[in-house]
Design a binder for this molecule. Structure first.
Ligand code: NAD
Length: 291
């Protein structure tokens, strides 16, 4: 069994990006700049957004964090987005999700300039992704593609089963892996909460992408030998032994599943760090697109 080490791979990618930043500065005298907007005080969201900003600093990017209070109105947020859309110093920006319930997320995503939408959530970019045109591929699926690529996991002709159909993970993942691309050409089955006999389907999989958000959902009796397992899930479960008061669990019963798998991502240290690295990569692409 080989552990797909997202932490190490993400560190390699960040090193590559840092070198490119030095080159960009030397040749063009420009430095990529990512801005992140966060509304409210959700603990997990603040942790994620801080990690993204810190990662920017480490690779030599400029970064801006815009923190808005929980009671920010939709109009105020739209106004903030317009400011970022026209700010020539900002190459790309993200609005950390989820947003408070009084704000329409889709309306906010639609307001972002697609050229600066480094999360790849704007319908223009989702459409381009679906058509296999150059665009910002959203960071989590992009990170999974990159991890499979760097570990030379064969996807062509393989049966991939994706568990979960969210717009940010399951759905794009299934589209990308079915496409004619280096990491792609797979036969993909997408499953969700209404899928019947899920176990019968997962037992046929060569590769499983688990993205449903239910801790340790995928058990050893649901997989065949030598399967590749990508665990996207991150759930915080209370743990009094930890300083933070919680530990992170994936959607895969790692202990049992790892004994049968040929490749597997751990949680933490798998898909999570890759997501941040690919957000940086998208920001670098946005910056280069301006030249
Ligand atoms: P979501 O809640 O938007 O969607 C969950 C999906 O799982 C839905 O499509 C639902 O139909 C499906 N589902 C629910 N119960 C199921 C069942 N019993 N059988 C089959 N399918 C079922 O989730 P999301 O935003 O895609 O996130 C999924 C998980 O991945 C969460 O734990 C989230 O925290 C994590 N996540 C991690 C990263 C990362 O960077 N590692 C990024 C995004 C999301």
């Amino acid at each position: 069994m080989i552990v797909l080490d997202g932490k190490k791979t993400a560190a390699d990618i960040k090193e590559e990006i840092a070198l490119e930043v030095v080159e960009l500065k030397r040749r063009e005298n420009i430095v990529p700049h990512l801005a992140a907007v966060i509304v409210g005080n959700d603990g997990a969201s603040i942790t994620y957004v801080n990690a993204k900003v810190k990662a920017c600093e480490r690779v030599g990017f400029e970064s801006s964090l815009i923190r808005l209070p929980e009671n920010t109105t939709e109009d105020d947020l739209l106004n903030e987005i317009n400011i970022l859309n026209v700010d020539k110093d900002i190459d790309g920006f993200i609005v950390q999700l989820p947003l408070p319930s009084h704000i329409d997320e889709q309306k906010i995503i639609m307001a972002i300039d697609p050229e600066k939408d480094v999360d790849g959530f704007h319908p223009t970019n989702v459409g381009k992704m679906a058509l296999n045109l150059p665009t910002f591929i959203s960071a989590t699926p992009y990170g999974i593609l990159e991890l499979l690529d760097r570990y030379n996991v064969e996807t062509s002709g393989k049966h991939v089963v994706v568990i979960g159909r969210s717009h940010i993970v399951g759905s794009p993942m299934s589209i990308l892996l079915a496409q004619k691309r280096k990491v792609g050409n797979a036969t993909v089955t997408i499953t969700h909460s209404r899928t019947k006999n899920l176990k019968e389907i997962t037992l046929q999989a060569d590769i499983i992408i688990a993205a449903l958000g239910i801790p340790e959902f995928l058990k050893a009796d649901m997989i065949k030998d030598d399967v590749t397992v990508i665990d996207v899930g991150i759930t915080r479960v209370p743990d009094s032994r930890k300083k933070s008061g919680y530990r992170l669990l994936g959607d895969v019963d790692y202990e049992e599943v790892s004994k049968k798998a040929s490749f597997i991502t751990p949680v933490p240290g798998g898909v999570g760090p890759m997501t941040i690295a690919m957000l940086l990569k998208n920001t670098l692409i946005a910056c280069r697109n301006k030249i």
